[in-house]
Design a protein around this ligand. Structure first.
Ligand code: ZN
Length: 466
């Protein structure tokens, strides 16, 4: 008799035998970065050779479509339909990665080869996102085997290859395939757990808003001896403008950027007692940084973050004796659905004017990824949390949105599905930098958790049948 415990054991056997690691190693070896035009063929190969044969072996019907926006990577749509009246889950993932940054990895590591070291699997995409979707699909395969070739539910899968370029084309694609994607719920994996040990469900994501601050005062640099001290220095003006936006301890001073009326009680409640950490050697959590009075979890899941991604005046690598003609910073806001991004730019402009910074221009302002959130009380969220708790015998931490960006807004807007993100990584994984890795212990938990979720989807009592 097929049963749930055996399904989980099958999944863990796939993990413990090394089979999952080997499959991930094959996929990591395809250098499918979307941030380097020289690797466009590898994006196609990731789908055609890396994923499609595996999915077809599980009975999925797969179609690879060109991206609706020219110059961006292809999108795979796969479905495995067992019958009408069964729950239909849809799952999203991305097969592209950021750049390899080959010359910056520690000696002995290579972004395009999976390297096992201690409690970690190193390689580009091990955490973001290849490792996460390989775990989920391997768990699906284990459940399929346990149930003798059927699942008891329908699966639709979308795998894009332009996520690391802002998911360009995804909204157009989902809009055009709305009917084909109709489903009860989105269940997918990306991003970090709140701590490496804590199974986590995120029901949305923070959005990203970008803008440039520009101080452009003259056509070229002027002699620093003849002009320094009498003509305005754009770098100094820019530094003061930034200081007016955010104090020296990282507190945001532009009211329009913050959750209106403060953090909602529902968010504060969901984050009560939420641990946040696991940064390892990559960064520290500085208690005095950011909004005073908030916990670290509240700051990253429930509040707005302001980050100066880059700033420059003159050429630091080759300075000359001149007052620079201009200074520029590229800035980012990470925001939740509790704010109104339409007020971000006018609020900033008014703030700069009120502080005497009329000569600071705001340029190229706009949303890159919109924020999204499903109510943590949604029946699907509770169902998923109960399933994971049963599989792992551990409390599951719910967070109202991930700290990073995900294209969940597209799915909420166009498909109206509840969002359940179940991350398998941690915030010290160095995704987007050199030495990206996946922690082995959370990955092993994850394959069991997903086997439980897939198993339970085929049982009576899902919210789809309520
Ligand atoms: Zn990423």
């Amino acid at each position: 008799m097929a049963n749930r415990d055996q399904a989980l054991d099958r999944a863990w056997a796939v993990f413990d035998s090394g089979a999952l690691r080997e499959r991930l190693a094959e996929l990591v070896a395809i250098p499918s970065t979307s941030q380097d035009p020289g690797h466009a063929a590898d994006l196609q190969r990731y789908l055609d050779e890396g994923v499609v044969p595996w999915l077809e072996g599980m009975g999925f019907v797969c179609t690879v479509y060109p991206n609706p926006v020219a110059g961006f990577g292809p999108i795979l749509l796969a479905e495995r339909i067992e019958g009408e009246g069964l729950p239909t889950v849809w799952t999203y993932r991305h097969g592209d990665t950021v750049r390899g940054l080959e010359d910056q990895w520690r000696p002995g590591l290579d972004p395009w080869a999976l390297t096992v070291e201690g409690d970690r699997w190193y390689g580009r995409g091990t955490a973001d996102n290849k490792g996460q979707h390989v775990i989920n699909l391997a768990a699906l395969e284990a459940v399929l085997a346990e149930r003798g070739g059927r699942l008891g539910f329908n699966v639709k899968l979308l795998l894009e290859t332009s996520e690391e370029r802002g998911s360009t084309g995804l909204r157009e694609f989902v809009g055009a395939h709305r009917d084909a994607l109709a489903a009860s719920v989105l269940i997918a994996s990306d991003g970090p757990r709140v701590t490496p040990e804590q199974p986590t469900i995120a029901t949305g994501s923070r959005g990203t808003f970008h803008f440039d601050l520009v101080v452009d005062l003259r056509p070229g640099g002027v002699h620093s001896g003849h002009w320094g001290g009498v003509t305005t220095d754009p770098a100094v003006v820019l530094a003061h403008a930034i200081a007016s936006i955010c104090d020296r301890n990282g507190r945001i001073l532009v009211p329009e950027w913050l959750p209106k009326g403060g953090m909602p009680n529902s968010v504060r409640g969901a984050l009560g007692g939420c641990e946040f950490g696991g940064t390892g050697e990559s960064a520290t959590i500085d208690a005095g940084w950011g909004e005073p009075g908030l916990t670290a979890a509240e700051k990253v899941f429930g509040w707005t973050g302001f980050i100066v991604l880059a700033m420059v005046s003159g050429r630091p690598e080759n300075p000359v004796n001149a007052v620079a003609p201009n200074a520029r910073a590229h800035c980012q806001l990470r925001y939740t659905v509790d704010t109104d991004p339409a007020t971000f730019e006018p609020g900033l402009r008014a703030h700069l004017d009120a502080h005497g910074f009329q000569n600071v221009t705001v340029a190229k302002a706009g949303i890159r990824m919109a924020a999204s959130r499903t109510d943590p009380d949604n029946p699907w969220v509770r169902w998923a949390a109960e399933s994971m708790t049963r599989s792992l015998d551990k409390k599951v931490q719910l967070v109202p949105n991930t700290s990073g960006g995900l294209p969940g807004d597209v799915f909420v807007d166009l498909l109206g599905v509840p969002l359940i993100w179940i991350p398998h990584s941690y915030n010290g994984c160095k995704q987007h930098g050199p030495d990206e890795h996946l922690l082995i212990a959370p990955a092993r938990e994850a394959i069991g958790a997903f086997a439980g979720i897939w198993w339970d989807l085929g049982e009576p009592g899902t919210p789809a049948g309520m």
